[in-house]
Write a new protein. Structure first.
Length: 235
């Protein structure tokens, strides 16, 4: 075995690249949002206005929109049917704010229309939460035990794999929400030309954070498989 899980060379082999990509993606989204948060749209449409319009276009009327504190804390809560927009988005007329708000409204539309990937992701949430909490402890305990107890390691790997699957399912959900947002902004005339292109750049940058999270999850799984495989080869 390679010692304690968090302190071996496999961390540098698998996780440092993932860390670099994650930091780059976070920098990209913050930098892009900050850049286009200084560019107001010609129609003076606020983030809240944009979210309402996306909902209206899709015939969704049972979703409320609230303001919350923070920066880029925007999200749709399917339990309460509320779109929560941050201070930097709710009343802002920037193209960045309009893009982000429309994206969150896109999630609300997904739930309202029964979009299959988001239903699958929702069903995975309880299992993923359990898997995230138990997978690493089970793997660590299994690696400390004789090889005949590898079934404990296998259970941990399976649980961790479910968390990776959750990240993979998240990608089409986020891409589809952005697609719905851009289509709604374009068809309604809320944004056009360079304004629409700028909103696309903001959402594309945001998508990089989900790609980075998925890459990190996959690399973590590969690291675990590498550690377990080498341990079995030595026993």
């Amino acid at each position: 075995m390679y010692g304690f899980y968090f302190f071996d060379y496999t961390y540098f082999l698998f996780m440092i690249p993932a860390l670099i990509i994650s930091l780059w993606a976070q920098f990209k989204v913050n930098n892009t949002f900050e850049k286009y948060s200084k560019v107001n749209n010609s129609g003076r449409i606020t983030g809240a206005d944009a979210a309402y319009e996306v909902l209206r276009q899709h015939g969704v009327s049972n979703v409320n929109i609230e303001r919350i504190s923070g920066n880029l804390t925007d999200h749709f809560d399917p339990k309460t049917n509320i779109i929560r927009l941050s201070d930097s988005v709710f009343s802002s007329t920037s193209v960045a704010a309009v893009g982000v708000a429309a994206h969150e409204a896109g999630h609300a539309v997904q739930y309202a229309q029964g979009y299959a990937p988001i239903k699958f992701r929702k069903a995975l949430v309880p299992v993923t939460n359990i898997g995230s909490a138990l997978s690493i402890p089970l793997i660590f305990i299994g690696l400390l035990l004789p090889v005949q107890y590898d079934f404990i390691v296998n259970i941990g790997i399976i649980l961790f794999s479910l968390a990776v699957l959750f990240q993979l399912i998240t990608l089409p959900v986020e891409f589809d929400a952005s697609k719905r947002a851009i289509e709604a902004l374009s068809q309604s005339g809320m944004l056009y030309g360079e304004e629409l292109d700028s909103a696309k750049k903001v959402l594309q940058a945001a998508a990089m954070t989900y790609l980075a999270a998925t890459f990190t999850a996959i690399m973590s799984l590969l690291r675990l498989l590498f550690i377990v495989g080498n341990r079995r080869g030595r026993d």
